[in-house]
Design a protein around this ligand. Structure first.
Ligand code: NAD
Ligand code: UD1
Length: 332
């Protein structure tokens, strides 16, 4: 398949481009490099043997996008978005503009150019506070606690409506749990600007000695060790989930929703301890107040993805920490 990959120079996008190429597909990357670097494309080429076609472009540039999309694609995988939760609270217009208006602009071009297979990066954040665990795809959409989460809920709704109006479309909504880790080559990984918001990149910088200590948000959750529990998923497994969704769902009309996680939860302190083991470095931490908007526990029911996409994760928490550390400690 020839696949238009928006945001393909980013963390999850770049790993998915590698997976697509390794599966014999032809990804074409579109990215405005607002949160990534062009060197990622060269590094993807080092992994796969040839760099993918790359266009520095914004999804909101309708003219350029129409010209590119007219070249003919079988599918579009849409990663391009802004994703910093705290920033979205401070700059809601920028987030809705980029994520929601950007997606609408992209969809109108796809409609015009006849690209009918669409894979969307959604998030477990759409469930809000889980009603039960593990989280299943048929649980109702919850309340978003920030504009970033709200933008994901809004885009899922827009996509469902577009599919109703265009019944031949195949829309795949992939709800990621907590993507972490890096490619085992240490050539690509997550490269957050400034101080990381998310747990594993923060822990990685503490292990490296760039940050003095981790602040663990909340030690009084109703969990075995009192810290939050998440379903961490290796980004390479997540990337494989996109290939499975494309191969399994392209040409199958409808809105297809799948959780992408391991189906297992690990606590913040379990992750800290695994990272210490993988890196051989101490991770000093202190337990502080809970972070506003956090849920106590989140993990996925992955049976639907397994049965419908034939996909399951292969990497565990140790692999995630080892590959994250390989990337973090690479020669820079
Ligand atoms: P990322 O920031 O590394 O990648 C996003 C890419 O999109 C970047 O390369 C950025 O330059 C590009 N981009 C942003 N706005 C653009 C625009 N208007 N036009 C063109 N390119 C644009 O983030 P990521 O972690 O790889 O996330 C990818 C997708 O997955 C996002 O939609 C994100 O919301 C979603 N998601 C991520 C997580 C996570 O924990 N990383 C969890 C759930 C969902
Ligand atoms: C967060 C976002 C979510 C987004 C996801 C991926 C919030 C409320 N949720 O999810 O919308 O989809 O990132 O980008 O921001 N933790 C610490 N110390 C830290 C960082 C995190 O203790 O410095 C804890 C958190 O309290 C949580 C766990 O680690 O229990 C995971 O946090 P994080 O990596 O930020 O992911 P989520 O909160 O699941």
């Amino acid at each position: 398949m020839r696949v238009l990959v928006t945001g393909g120079a980013g963390f999850i996008g770049s790993h998915t481009v590698v997976a697509l190429m390794e599966a014999g597909h032809e990804p074409v990357v579109l990215d405005n490099l607002s949160n990534s670097r062009a060197s990622v494309i060269r590094r993807v080429g080092e992994i796969t043997g040839s760099a993918p076609e790359f266009h520095e472009m914004d999804i909101r540039d309708q003219e350029a996008l129409t010209e590119l999309a007219s070249q003919g694609f079988d599918a579009c995988v849409h990663f391009a978005a802004l994703k910093a939760v705290g920033e979205s609270v401070e700059q809601p217009i920028r987030y809705y503009e980029n994520n929601v208006a950007g997606t609408i602009s992209l969809l109108s071009v796809l409609l015009e150019t006849g690209i009918e297979n669409f894979v969307f990066s959604s998030s477990a954040t759409v469930y809000g506070i889980p009603q039960s665990l593990p989280m299943t795809e048929d649980m109702p959409i919850g309340e978003a606690t920030n504009p970033y989460g709200q933008s994901k809920i809004m885009m899922e709704q827009v996509l469902a409506d577009v599919q109703i109006a265009n019944p031949t479309w195949s829309v795949s909504l992939l709800r990621y749990f907590n993507p972490v880790g890096a490619h085992h080559s240490s050539l690509i990984g997550e490269d957050p600007r400034g101080i990381p918001n998310n747990l594993m990149p923060y822990v990685a910088q503490v292990a490296e000695g760039r940050l003095p200590k981790l602040r663990v948000f909340g030690g009084d959750y109703p969990t075995p060790d009192g810290t939050g529990i998440r379903d961490f998923i290796h980004v390479v497994d997540l990337a494989a989930g996109h290939v499975a969704a494309l191969e399994g769902l392209a040409g199958k009309p409808g809105v297809h929703i799948h959780n992408l996680g391991t189906g297992r939860g690990h606590s913040v302190l379990e992750l800290v301890s695994a990272y210490e083991g993988a890196s051989g470095q101490p991770i000093p931490y202190e337990i502080v107040e809970r972070r506003a908007g956090d849920v106590a526990e989140s993990w996925a029911d992955v049976s639907k993805a397994r049965s419908e996409l034939g996909w399951a994760t292969e990497r565990d928490l140790i692999d995630m920490c080892r590959d994250s550390w390989g990337w973090q400690s690479r020669a820079k």
